[in-house]
Design a protein around this ligand. Sequence first.
Ligand SMILES: [Zn+2]
Length: 389
Amino acid sequence: MKHLACPCCKSSDLEDVFTIPNAPIQSVVTIKSHEEAMQVPRNDIVLTFCNHCGFIFNSTFDTNWDFYTKGYEDQQGFSPTFVKFITSVTERFIEKYNMRDKHIVEIGCGKGDFTRLISSLGHNKGIGIDPAWVPGRGDDNPDVRFIKEFYSKEHGDIQSDCIVCRHTLEHIHDTDGFIETIRSSCKDNNPILFFEVPSIVRILKIQAFWDIFGEHCNYFSPGSLARLFRRNRFEVLDMYLEYDDQYLFIEAKPVDTLSNKIHPLEESVEELKAMAYSFVERINAQLTEWRERLNRFKEQKQKVVIWGGGSKSVGFLTQFDDLDVIEHVVDINPHLLGNYIPGIGKQYVGPDFLETYLPDVVIVMNSIYIDEIQANLSARGLHPHVLAL
Ligand SMILES: [Zn+2]
């Protein structure tokens, strides 16, 4: 099914800019057998640009598919690099808005790591809402509770001084309806919104095709994200990029009339469109370069593994799995081990496996982890050629 209106502004002035053919529609679901992994449906990802608000989205996204209630596995807290990053961002946020002894609601809390973090760092009371939450994945804290449901109007009466939503909005097709639901929950209380999404700007600038995958229907830029918030009567307080410019943060508050405050990070619709077409011009060269590199490894009979499971590895392998070069995908999340990669069929292995496999080449799916991964390999006496996306 093709979506013919922009999910953010409802405009039908749209144009398709780039297609990834035949991509698995899921990438972080846990799957116990090769057969089941290969049965994950595939669909084209069609990146479509809205000429009115600059929003980029997958216009063939299947809104009927159940992505999150069958073992969705995306916990990042097993990496010390990530924990250090998220702790410093959270401390800064708490300081900025004096978010202490307050009520925090987190929409799309996953396994609850962040709800626990902001609650303990600021001595706050936290409620996490997520259909993919599972018990027993973190310390018990009497100030924190979880609701295993999709967020909806029904949760609008929960008292909050802060509404957090991290890496969730990019999964929600009805972006405007979702932000509107949150706005209608802001009655007498004036919560600070604290949202985080991947930034499409970085994807476009470095042609990060591995960051375009089935679960993400939305690809926000600072401009398109701010415009969505403003049209739903929020004022943008701040925006910034973090984690090698991969993650885009927005802080906002409800206002009675439409805000016209533009943040310096925002780009115009025209600027983003130029970036999108520059991406289209350069992406094929990037794909060809990787294909040639992987073919060289194959000719040299090199043992090649990917380090970093989940979406990026599926996004990467979707392009190159036909080459049959990469034999294994390593991840440090113990809940992924033994599972099979959706649409790709390879089984996740832990770092221990490499001590007997002895890889010649390790391709790191996120360059921010390269030092952590190098150290892990060295500690095992392994010194493969390490390269990063
Ligand atoms: Zn639009």
